[in-house]
Ligand binder design. Sequence first.
Ligand code: MLT
Length: 411
Amino acid sequence: MTLINENYLKLKAGYLFPEIGRRVKAFTDANPEAKVIRLGIGDVTRPLAPAVIKAFHDGVDDLARGESFHGYGPEQGYDWLSKIIIEKSYKPLGVELMPSEVFISDGSKCDSANILDILALDNKVAICDPVYPVYNDTNVMIGRSGEADDKGYYEGLVYMPCTEANNFAPALPKEEVDIIYLCYPNNPTGMVATRTELKAWVDYANAQGSLIFFDAAYEAFISEPGIPHSIYEIEGAKTCAIEFRSFSKTAGFTGVRCGLTVIPEQLMALTKSGEKVALNKLWNRRQSTKFNGVSYPVQRAAAAVYSEEGWPQVQETISFYMENARLILAGLKAAGITCYGGVNAPYIWLKTPEGMKSWDFFDKLLNECHVVGTPGSGFGPSGEGYFRLSAFGSHENVQEAIQRIQQKWGK
Ligand code: MLT
């Protein structure tokens, strides 16, 4: 008989966003006339930038001609894309990288899960609570945890609460941990980390010999000066951190799929016998074996994000979404609802009115206001009593959603 990976059976619930999708579908099937406004999953709604579309088309046209046809590309991504990312996205931050340190992929969700392949199971992992569920669930799936307790904490994983009490900035773990997941700007809270806070993490990791997974998928939404866009802006980060980035939210690639992972050449981890091994080499080996690269037209489209025409177009879309974030934040505050984030991130993290539980608020908001958001408890036990709204809709829908919330809960 075939045996399954029983770690999957430890997972308490289905993945958060399909669960929301199921509830919304049940509602819309029963109420086909309702105008449902979706501010749940962080999925973009604006079309790709014209310069990106043109490059995408050009890439497809290249495939139509023998002389410009491309078959398998490098598993690490084309050099011209890595080089332009380094030049336009890292150099301005004062970060020097080599193309061999940048791995182009089909998205940071996959990378942040697949990276576990190259690390031993007995590493102790610390994640924030609330957290992007992928970090938690993939560690459970791979067998790094025991069962979940009644609250939803899995045995063997270290949870770092991010609450109002610590301004959603996790404290350094008291026990020794080997891998730390940080996501800034944060999903789900929309909060950011200062240079000083990140320096404390980098110093901790270098001192302990631990590894930071830094998810910077939302860095393009930072609006305030002085907030780090990359962990490598922090001295010492190249010896302790891997960074994930994404074109999904930055340039509307959620349906196109492109991201990148940076692994500095000097980043080492140990064998059981204490021998140092470069993680860059291991990841390269993993990718060459399990991945055949991102399609050529997609990489052409990604490169166009940094072109003279593409960059301002992409920035305009980001500003459009951040105007939504501003409208949501202002509207909720006017209704007397406590909220966080939304200034350097496309997510607003609000305290549910009347102390409602997150899923109760979800159901009420859907049934009575026809607005979809994401229950905070879906991101972890410390998210209970919170709720996330995303800023990726149209201005009209965002304004209407806020009006409906104000009518229902405004003071
Ligand atoms: C979210 O809504 O948290 C994101 O869209 C999830 C993701 O990027 O995978």
